[in-house]
Write a protein that binds this ligand. Structure first.
Ligand code: NAD
Length: 510
């Protein structure tokens, strides 16, 4: 188990500033959690610094949040959708005003470098904005009837109380893309963020409060998932669960929701390939692969973790990837010179280092990285070097299992069929990239790829508010997120048969 090291060399003392105070937000009131454990959020780049702290939530807090959401539901459901959306409009405005401050919180709490943190802020704001527009388009359909003087209509309705359970790696954007459609569709929400990124979650909820969201419509419970997670899925008041996180917890959540017969979407892991073909623009591919593999310290469900390179450009291209990885500057996420931040916490660092050790043991060749740096102040954080292995075999763990860190597995291929086989050789199916200048090959790859999202000549990462986001196979189950799909998940159609003369059915079997 890696531990933070006490160094005897001359070190700058840990910067001191008072930690933010973490609270629960239930029925419109901020209150201390009543759980036994404290939630302590540290800066992963310097774990001597506590950035936020408070008493964790208990089962009773989770139950109180559900009761508050249940009580607020009838009023919120009756609020016209355009009026619901106007609250989101205000959140958009407030978030834009506070964007820099929120990005700094994100960088300090999760460890993303500041430009990436600003990118995540912008993405979340885009999502809020897109769903604010959906308030004016919360529409059903009409259809011709088999009968004369009859009209068939559908109207969309909310589901009721819904649970939103989110991971730490996109602690702003993921809650935005779940909470926004849930609220616009008229549901009330209990939100449980990951317990290692509670501060930013709290700031998001504050924006909704400031925007005038009625009490109880959005509730926040902060605490360990093992203690309060099950309640947010099992409780009979919960009508849907939107989860993003690991496969282990996602499958558990989906199983419980299935047993209860409620809607559930579970977005889970990825093992995403980038294929670089012999005719690819190698500068473009290099930028995309480096960003995909090492951006956000590889802690993205959409990270590029497998690189498949055509033999004709293999030596040249992989050599350039290794050079880029070696020159990646690790450091304080707030420093503009930093290229890659730390792992989010000790557990994730341990996962990264174990995956590296296992890859070595299984016979993959380490081309660069592989170590935890222990000097120049980096020993105070959960840093790991940008790491590249080649000679990776399909049976190896590094090819099969998600690491969720900056560790890239590389293989060489000769033919298109070999590339497709390698890319699809995974239990996951979230996203992939293909770099080529041959449109026929690109479109053949689009046909063959077993994923939810394909990128041609761009990195495996990213998504936009107006198109669906999600995966196939082990990467996700349930409806897609974002776009119209988000609204559809959080609502259901009610079919109306409107017989406006009352005569048609007298003489008809329909
Ligand atoms: P995690 O599964 O450990 O935790 C996710 C959330 O579930 C947290 O809020 C956690 O507290 C909660 N939780 C824990 N136990 C629970 C229980 N028994 N019942 C209900 N909730 C419970 O995941 P993580 O470590 O926070 O995030 C990393 C994982 O998320 C990676 O596998 C990554 O691929 C995945 N991820 C997927 C996507 C996607 O869209 N596909 C996006 C981001 C992250």
């Amino acid at each position: 188990m890696p531990t933070a090291t006490k160094t005897k060399t001359q070190e700058k003392p840990a910067p001191k500033s008072a930690p933010a105070v973490l609270k629960q937000f239930i029925a419109g009131k901020w209150a201390d959690g009543t759980g036994k454990r404290r939630v302590v959020s540290t800066n992963p780049a310097d774990i001597r610094v506590v950035v936020a702290e408070g008493q964790g939530g208990s089962k009773e807090d989770a139950l109180a949040a559900l009761a508050a959401a249940q009580a607020a539901y009838p009023g919120w459901k009756k609020t016209p959708a355009p009026a619901r959306a106007r609250v989101l409009d205000k959140v958009v405005r407030l978030a834009r005003e506070k964007k820099d401050e929120l990005a700094r919180i994100l960088a300090r709490e999760e460890g993303k470098i500041l430009p990436e943190a600003l990118g995540e802020l912008e993405k979340g704001i885009n999502l809020l904005e897109w769903y604010a527009g959906e308030g004016l388009r919360f529409m059903g359909d009409s259809a011709p009837s088999e009968l004369p003087h009859n009209l068939l209509l559908t109207v969309r309705e909310p589901l009721g109380v819904v649970s939103v359970i989110t991971p730490w790696n996109f602690p702003w954007a993921i809650p935005c893309w779940k909470i926004a459609p849930a609220l616009v569709a008229g549901n009330t929400v209990v939100f449980k963020p990951a317990s290692n990124t509670p501060w930013l979650a709290q700031e998001l909820v504050r924006l909704f409060e400031e925007a005038g969201l009625p009490k109880g419509v959005l509730n926040l419970v902060v605490g360990a998932g093992s203690e309060i997670g099950d309640i947010l899925v099992e409780d009979e008041r919960v009508q849907a669960v939107s989860f993003t996180g690991s496969n282990e917890i996602g499958v558990r959540v989906h199983t419980i929701a299935g047993r209860r017969g409620i809607k559930c979407t579970a977005e889970m892991g990825g093992k995403n390939p980038a294929v670089v073909w012999e005719d690819a623009d190698l500068d473009l591919a290099l930028a995309g692969v480096v960003k995909g593999a090492f951006g956000s310290t590889g802690q993205r469900c959409t990270a590029t973790s497998r690189l498949i390179v055509h033999e004709k450009v293999y030596e040249q291209f992989v050599g350039r990837v290794v050079e880029a990885a070696k020159s990646m500057k690790l450091g304080d996420p707030m420093d503009p010179k930093t290229g890659m931040g730390p792992a989010v916490d000790e557990g994730q660092l341990e996962t990264d280092l174990s995956a590296i050790a296992m890859a070595k043991k299984e016979g993959a060749r380490l081309l660069c990285g592989g170590e935890r740096p222990m000097k120049n102040g980096l020993q105070h954080g959960w840093f790991v070097e940008a790491t590249v292995f080649d000679q990776v075999k399909p049976a190896m763990n590094l090819w099969r299992e998600e690491v969720f860190g900056p560790v890239l597995a590389v293989v060489k291929v000769k033919t298109f069929d070999e590339a497709v086989k390698a890319a699809n050789d995974t239990k996951y199916g979230l996203t992939c990239a293909f770099y080529t200048q041959d449109i026929t090959l690109a479109m053949r790859y689009v046909e063959e790829a077993e994923v939810g999202m394909v990128h041609i000549n761009s990195p495996t990462i990213g998504g936009e508010a107006q198109v669906p986001f999600g995966g196939v196979k082990g990467s996700g189950v349930g409806d897609r997120e974002m776009a119209k799909d988000g609204i559809n998940f959080f609502s259901k159609p009610k079919t109306v048969f409107l017989d406006y003369t009352g005569q048609a059915r007298k003489s008809n079997i329909y």
